[in-house]
Design a protein around this ligand. Sequence first.
Ligand SMILES: NC(=O)c1ccc[n+]([C@@H]2O[C@H](COP(=O)([O-])OP(=O)(O)OC[C@H]3O[C@@H](n4cnc5c(N)ncnc54)[C@H](OP(=O)(O)O)[C@@H]3O)[C@@H](O)[C@H]2O)c1
Length: 329
Amino acid sequence: MGAFAECSWYSLVLCSIGSVTVVYYLLKWSWLFWHGFKVYVLSEIWQTNLRKYGQWAVVTGATSGIGRAYAEELAKRGLDIVLISRSEDKLCSVAKEIESRYKRQTHVIQADFTEGHSIYSTITQQLEGLQIGILVNNVGMNYIGVLANFLDVPDPDQRITQVINCNTLSVPQMCRLVLPSMLERGKGLIINISSEAAFQPQPMLSVYSATKIFVTYFSRCLHAEYRAKGITVQCVTPFVVSTNMTHNMPVNPLVKSATSFAKDALNTVGYTTYTSGCLTHALQHIALSVFFPGWLRLTSFCVQHMANFARSVEPKLRERMAETNNKQD
Ligand SMILES: NC(=O)c1ccc[n+]([C@@H]2O[C@H](COP(=O)([O-])OP(=O)(O)OC[C@H]3O[C@@H](n4cnc5c(N)ncnc54)[C@H](OP(=O)(O)O)[C@@H]3O)[C@@H](O)[C@H]2O)c1
């Protein structure tokens, strides 16, 4: 009789723990499902009116890839566009195309973000008098075009500074330029493009991955500081998008085209301030966090396998890089 009473007491405790755990996971997964549905499905039907933020949108790194796609999609949604990149020729050609296709005004600013602090006074002058409602901090570069160890890049001394200036310094500096007038008007949207490579430490992309976690943390803190004053700061963390940076990989269910990525990601504005940008990238993010967690990526075993993989695909990537460079010339 005593043994039976003890047994049922234990069973009751175990049952309660089990029930609480099941309810916890049911609620958690229901909330995640609802959040995902809202951000990636409902957002396609009810889109935020982006024109409400102001007349102009500024896009850095706007002549190709994700930046160009954002510039075009924003023009399509009724904004005039300021395009910033290095090459004057490419800027003029993209600006002309936007003007003729979407009947919006454009303004181009030629600047090289690898040069660091010195470029921002010129950008400030060029932005004067424009009512800037949206800033897309998109410009970014890889440390080297393939997966590689920290020292396996020609002239690391130069490269480290260039990547940090371009990927990291540009983000708070550009925010500093546009925020005061947004605050005066009590509204504004800043979109900072980080990367999935920031979610966990990423060996063989060490400098890139570290610069991108800066963008993520900075964006989330900035949003917390200024949301009450009408400013939205959204951090976008894409997986693979087919662009020059990714050697124009063929588009497939996992790899998005820049145009379709920018469209989906802009739909999420007003629904979330931290997003993978589109449904397929969000699903890949969940799968990767479960099956390839940070601790596993950091093991010597994994790093060795990544190095072998990088060596095996390097000739093909170099070929693609040469093709891309030829096309750009
Ligand atoms: N593609 C992906 O799979 C992926 C994934 C995650 C995150 N991202 C992030 O998304 C952003 C855009 O990447 P992307 O793939 O679209 O790159 P991309 O195709 O290489 O385009 C980069 C753009 O930035 C401009 N640019 C490059 N260096 C510059 C510099 N020093 N100063 C001024 N402009 C510069 C380029 O134009 P010019 O050459 O004319 O200057 C071009 O317009 C980056 O921040 C990247 O880290 C990309």
